[in-house]
Write a protein that binds this ligand. Structure first.
Ligand code: SAH
Ligand code: SF4
Length: 349
């Protein structure tokens, strides 16, 4: 752990050994090292992003996800562009300067419609950043969306194990996922990769590969959350990922990619009442409160018991601010670009 904190690159077998030998004391030490690293990079700031879950319609069929196309129990919705901009307006008035637009893979939202949407959000709120999280598309749409004003793109790699990826994604391929992430990075987005912890059949060697992949990719953002079962999916009877193991992975990600923006995810908050605070204390530095209209919140059910489905946007904003401060941090409502991006922009000027 100390070697990692000093910037060393560990071999896979060393990481696996570490993952298999963590105990209560060494976990504490790991979290302390990760916290120190985060303070060096970002101080005690926690960036807030307003999350708008604008469509739960998805053509893909990921085995773990409640939005998968085979789930016929789910009532589907799609917010119209004007409903999305209304959410942004409410968010802007609450102080948000990043909007994360997330959805299933919904082809009704063509490149043309998204270009119009993104340019109108940018013209209304020029000082806000737009993050997209809408799945896999080709290079050309990614380029046009960036040109329209999108700044960042979240596309988790989900798992670095080719076999596990293939078993969980019957309609997608491991190679394409990675090729899309590299394309987004090359095209000029600040990119977010990441993975789930505790997937059925996932081993310590797989988790070591997740960390090594992140270290090699150097994404601007890293989303890590526990796998949580959803009752209407094939994985409904599988045990959830643990909070403890997810915290280990967040802390290791902070040591291995020190400049990354790492969210304390909603899945962490669902797995444990204090899950997001624990994540912040283990190296995370972003929280993404929900800005979606209350009427659609319960329908964006990726996994069972997802939290904050009944709270108004303003409640989420101020509830989280209180929690973040009680955990020893302070809220930063700025755009919160990654240090890697800021350094790069300075070199370009
Ligand atoms: N369709 C887009 C974005 C929406 S899903 C995409 O797949 O990229 C956003 C994230 O939710 C996924 O990347 C996945 O890691 C996470 N997720 C989905 N189902 C989950 C589950 N059952 N438990 C934990 N995380 C889940
Ligand atoms: Fe669709 Fe994303 Fe869920 Fe997969 S994880 S089914 S792509 S919403």
């Amino acid at each position: 752990m100390e070697q990692l904190a000093a910037g060393a690159v560990l071999h896979k077998h060393e990481l696996v050994y570490l993952l298999n030998h963590l105990d209560e004391d060494s976990r504490k030490q790991l979290q302390t090292l990760a916290h120190q690293k985060r303070v060096q990079a970002y101080g005690t700031s926690v960036y807030l992003r307003g999350l708008i879950e604008f469509s739960n319609i998805c053509k893909q069929n990921c085995l773990y996800c409640g939005l998968r196309s085979s789930n016929k129990e789910l009532s589907r919705y799609r917010l119209l562009p004007e409903e999305i901009t209304a959410c942004c307006r409410e968010g802007y008035e609450l102080g948000y300067r990043t909007f994360v637009l997330q959805s299933g893979e919904d082809d009704w939202y063509t490149t043309e419609k998204l270009v119009l949407l993104i340019s109108s959000i940018k013209s209304m709120f020029p000082d806000a950043a737009i993050t997209l999280s809408i799945g896999e598309r080709e290079d050309e749409p990614y380029t046009r969306l960036l040109e329209a004003g999108a700044d960042r793109y979240l596309l988790r790699h989900e798992t670095a194990s080719p076999a596990l990826y293939q078993a969980l994604h019957p309609t997608m391929t491991f190679e394409n996922r990675r090729s899309r992430l590299r394309a987004l990075q090359r095209i000029g987005y600040q990119i977010g990769a990441g993975f789930m912890v505790g997937l059925p059949g996932q081993t310590s060697a797989d988790l070591a590969d997740d960390l090594l992949y992140l270290q090699q990719l150097q994404p601007d953002m890293i989303g890590i959350g526990p796998f949580l079962p959803h009752h209407a999916t094939p994985l409904k009877n599988e045990p959830p990922g643990t909070v403890e193991q997810t915290l280990d992975m967040i802390a290791l990600a902070r040591l291995m990619v020190p400049d990354a923006l790492i969210p304390a995810t909603t899945a962490m908050g669902t797995a444990h009442p204090q899950g997001r605070e624990l994540a912040l204390q283990a190296g995370a530095n972003v929280v993404m409160p929900n800005l979606s209209p209350l009427s659609v919140r319960p329908k964006y059910m990726l996994y069972n018991n997802k939290i904050c489905t009944g709270d108004e946007s303003a409640q989420c904003r101020f509830c989280l601010e209180r929690r973040i401060e009680a955990a020893g941090f302070h809220v930063d409502m700025g755009r919160g670009d990654s240090l890697k991006h800021l350094t790069h922009s300075r070199h370009c000027i």
